[in-house]
Design a protein around this ligand. Structure first.
Ligand code: PHB
Length: 393
């Protein structure tokens, strides 16, 4: 006999989206079960993006008295765009009165897991979902196995796929192929984590003739840096000396503080939006629904925005039997998703060197960068998009 669980909302995936959703539902008195195929330690140690929009930080601060976003995280009031060897600050506070916070995703997850576990949330680790049985469309059932390989079924009034870019839930919502819209990019990032002090107070997004580089941070002792590379590059190929030489050549004007490189990876770039975000009593949020290239720092923020919309819609559906918000969830979420897709695509194209670009491409790109930094309207658009549009509109 499979282990049988009954809940109101089954949430597949204990990443930021799934955990925040479980919290927002609990605030409305809606009980949920969250499953994840990973262990808690694995979730807490996944190194991912680091930039939180102001709206994301406001939400975390409201829901979690224990959040360390203001103490361990750091507020950033601007970024630097660098090209042709010159830095141009985009002053978020002066332009739009907003900021972002540098607070790595694994820290967000550590906070959220403690918050939800402390509140008695039913959280099950090592439970792998394999699909949905929606024979009864009003009572979708998640089919899963636990870490012993025993079957688990979860009967719910609603199922949410918050299970990341390799989502198993996606096909149940959007069809076997995900039926999505794709864009591949001829770019990738070679990323490192190193033990060193920060080289700059703010993030530097640097366009250079040799390719893009991003100087980011993780903490006062650990830095995250990236350089544009070929998507087929082997992460183990370059020596540390070669990595530093490449990075340094791409940020002329800043002397990078070096230290031992303890992690290296190659990140390929993709844009994706699933064909459907909701079918009947199933919905997708976060990376299960969409992927953006990392240049706009939108990934986790977009997941939070989905969840804010979905929590309200589930409250209306499950507490008030009102399906109007769930019926428009997809359409409303997609408005922001496509703005974020555009912003991420635009930042990517503006900052990276096209592999087979000619002189025209290069000069046009410098013209584009100048159009942004030399215009208050241009800088303000970048600042508004980077710090994030208002949530839940
Ligand atoms: C990061 O710190 O990992 C990071 C920051 C900004 C980005 C992308 C990644 O746009």
């Amino acid at each position: 006999m499979p282990q049988s669980i009954r809940t109101r909302v089954a949430i597949v995936g204990a990443g930021p989206a799934g955990l925040i959703l479980s919290h927002l539902l609990a605030e409305e008195g809606i009980e949920s079960v969250v499953i994840d195929r990973r262990t808690r330690a694995e979730i807490e140690s996944t190194i991912r993006a680091g930039i939180l929009e102001q709206g994301t930080v406001e939400l975390l601060t409201r829901i979690d008295p224990g959040t360390r976003v203001q103490t361990v995280g750091e507020r950033h009031d601007g970024i630097e765009l660098r090209f042709q060897g010159e830095g141009h600050r985009i002053d978020f506070q002066a332009l739009v009165g907003r900021s972002v916070w540098l607070y790595p995703q694994h820290e967000v997850l550590t906070d959220l897991l403690a918050l939800r576990a402390g509140a008695g949330q039913d959280l099950r680790f090592g439970v792998t979902a394999s699909g949905i049985d929606d024979t009864d469309p009003d009572q979708p059932r998640v089919i899963a196995t636990d870490s012993q390989g025993d079957n688990v079924v979860i009967d719910a009034d609603f199922v949410v796929g918050a299970d990341g870019s390799r989502s198993v839930m996606r096909s149940a919502v959007a069809g076997a192929s995900g039926n999505g819209v794709f864009r591949e990019y001829p770019f990738a990032w070679f990323g490192i984590l190193c033990d060193a002090p920060p080289s700059s107070d703010e993030l530097i997004y640097s366009n250079s003739d040799d390719g893009f580089a991003l100087i980011s941070q993780r903490s006062p002792q650990v830095q995250r840096m990236y350089f544009q590379c070929d998507p087929g590059m082997d992460a183990q190929a370059p020596s540390e000396a070669e990595i530093w030489a490449t990075l340094q050549a791409r940020v002329p004007g800043t002397s990078l503080k070096r230290g031992p490189v303890f992690q290296r990876d190659v990140l390929s770039f993709r844009s994706f939006v699933a064909g459907e975000l909701r079918r009947g009593r199933l919905a997708l949020v976060g990376d299960a629904a969409h992927t953006v290239p990392p240049t706009g720092a939108k990934g986790m923020n977009l997941a939070v925005a989905d969840v804010v919309l979905l929590a309200r819609a589930l409250h209306a559906l499950l507490r008030e039997d009102d399906s109007r918000l769930i019926d428009t969830y997809s359409e409303r979420a997609l408005r922001r998703i496509w703005k974020a897709q555009h912003f991420s695509w635009w930042m990517t194209g503006m900052l990276h060197t096209p592999p087979r670009g000619d002189d025209f491409d290069r000069r046009r790109q410098i013209g584009e960068l100048r159009s942004v930094v030399e215009s208050e309207a241009g800088r303000a658009y970048l600042a508004e998009a980077y710090t994030g549009w208002p949530l839940d509109v």
